[in-house]
Design a protein around this ligand. Structure first.
Ligand code: MG
Length: 160
């Protein structure tokens, strides 16, 4: 099996008056992530990691943020599109590992529900999706609770 690695990063600002979507899950919180789509930085980082492993550029090239078609779209719909592209290339996800950096809310309790959404979409078992939450120790905009950042790495395999 040929293995390729891809990495992704994303950050979105938090603002009141928006629902918070992370990992495809709506999480009860006083603020939500600002974006052209639902602002799901976790799914965006994951998509960029998958596209990187596929050698297909990045999320902004595939889904431009001035496209009225994707305004307000759930990011899981974009992930579905990317997974279809992956399958068309006869590639599959081997493993993914994701770090979410957020001061608030406490995300750990939501990880099982995120796995319920993401693992079937990625076609991997629960133990092949790593989800980790960190704070930024009060440093910078993320540390002040103004934004949430995500890092993702994905291994993609092709049977030869
Ligand atoms: Mg984004």
């Amino acid at each position: 099996m040929t293995i390729r690695a891809g990495m992704g990063y994303d950050v979105h600002r938090l603002a009141s008056g928006r629902a918070l979507f992370l990992g495809g899950l709506e999480i009860p919180f006083s603020m939500g992530l600002v974006g052209h789509s639902d602002g799901d930085a976790l799914v965006h980082a994951l998509i960029d990691a998958i596209l990187g492993a596929m050698g297909e550029g990045d999320i902004g090239r595939l889904f431009p943020d001035n496209d009225p078609q994707t305004r307000g779209i759930r990011s899981t719909e974009l992930l579905k599109d990317v997974m279809a592209r992956l399958k068309k290339k006869r590639l599959n996800i081997v493993h993914a590992d994701i770090i979410v950096v957020a001061e608030r809310p406490n995300l750990g309790p939501h990880f099982p529900a995120m796995k319920n959404i993401l693992c079937p979409m990625l076609g991997i078992r629960r133990d092949r999706l790593g989800l980790k939450a960190k704070t930024n120790e009060g440093l910078g905009p993320v540390g002040r609770g103004k934004a949430i950042a995500c890092w993702a790495i994905v291994l993609v395999g092709k049977r030869s």
